[in-house]
Write a protein that binds this ligand. Sequence first.
Ligand code: NG6
Ligand code: CA
Length: 508
Amino acid sequence: KVEIYIILIISFLFYSCNSNRGNKEENNQKNDTISSPNVIIVYMDDLGYGDVGAYGATSIETPNFDKLVEGGMRFTNAYATSATCTPSRFGILTGTYPWRNENAKILPGTAPLLIDTTQTTIPKMLKKEGYHTGIVGKWHLGLGNGNVNWNKDISPGPNEVGFDYSFIMAATQDRVPTVYIKNGKVVGLDPEDPIQVDYQKNFEGEPTGKDNPELLKMKWHHGHNNSIVNGIPRIGYMQGGEKAKWDDEKMADTFLEEAQQYIKRNKKRPFFLYYALQQPHVPRTPSPRFVGSSGMGPRGDVIVEADWCVGELLKTLEDEGLSENTLIIFSSDNGPVLNDGYYDQAVEKLGDHDPAGGLRGGKYSLFEAGTRVPFITYWKGKIKPGASDALVSQVDLYASLASLVNSPKDSKDSQNLLDVLLGKTEDGREKLILEANGKTALREGDWILIPPYEGPSVNTQVNIELGNASDYQLYNLKEDAGQQNNLVKKNPQRLEEMIASYEALRGN
Ligand code: NG6
Ligand code: CA
């Protein structure tokens, strides 16, 4: 009997010893995954520097964007690479300045894929390091090779430039095709009702915004008078695909749900999620739950809605136990615009809200509000909350994330600013080229140089100053954030230095 007891005791000790080891291994694995933290880029569409509470907005509340700031770094000198969407998205994903690619301009829904399938991208780089990679939301970087058949496999696209999973809208909410595309296939497509898309001419018998105003729920102001979908006139013509068409008011919920499911499906391995929300780009179509929530009309309401989405995303990370192991980067693709082509009361109901946060210009502009955007990094327990004035560009995420996963990369344009992003130093970039509609400017230190450009000084349709002028413009942003004092005459020496610096960078 005693012998049996001894055997039992020994085997119990042996068992518990081993199971301890098992636990240790699990712990080690957990520690290991911290060297491969999950990365989520939350990318807004047309959200301005002043549209966020933590950036000074007082007439609109964004408690969840602000939550990121309370637990992370708020950057005051961070830039999108361009003042419009396609080039900025090209820049953030590839780590290459968009002005190097002459096709990197606002694309129609039928444009071919802009990113070369041999080009480096963030998802491709992370995939090599063992990450699962996903995109949910707005793509707007072209699809296919120039003649897409929307009823077959749509390729190449996000899945061919590094994303393992994709759930996207092809271009913008105001452009056809108005359907979701999941891993290269239109979601909910009825083969009996094939989709055709054309940006030149309408399909016979199809109503348009221009000819059938009686069918419209939302009125167009400029452009946006082609095919009508859900009572909203769009850019481009589309026929068929009736059952596959998205419900505009459910778009925010649809993308959020997809993002949450993606996180839940991949929580056991390192993942990269590019969550590209459609707000507050036009047409602004908040869910009925958010109508009237801002008192500012649809533009404010969709910002409140997007803020809620980010809050839900944070909750999902918390519920899944991923908060301490996930770096979130929050930003916007370009600056704000009020009337971007529809009558939706954005101008009338603005009140004293300043979407540009005191900066000059807006979307489409070479002035600061075109490209200087909210930019927040958040990593629970890893980033000491604070604010940083360091000069940072979205083009730097490629090299910085490569460094995060210990896979340093040489890149012409992208700088490794990981320590800046994690708030360990304010030693950011020295200089940076900004872009708007193919025109470029130089930011160096506190200074900005805008070369002379032909073209109107104001885009009167959207009522935004573009930055075009017949002479050089030189501003000191530290003393003159609103770019009111052109110092070209007062500081000829600085002007000369900046011109030399600009030309060297552009020629390189
Ligand atoms: C412009 C559209 C504008 C918006 C923009 C793209 C007209 C007149 N204006 O051409 O409404 O869609 O393209 O915005 O059509 S972006 O944020 O995707 O760059
Ligand atoms: Ca945009």
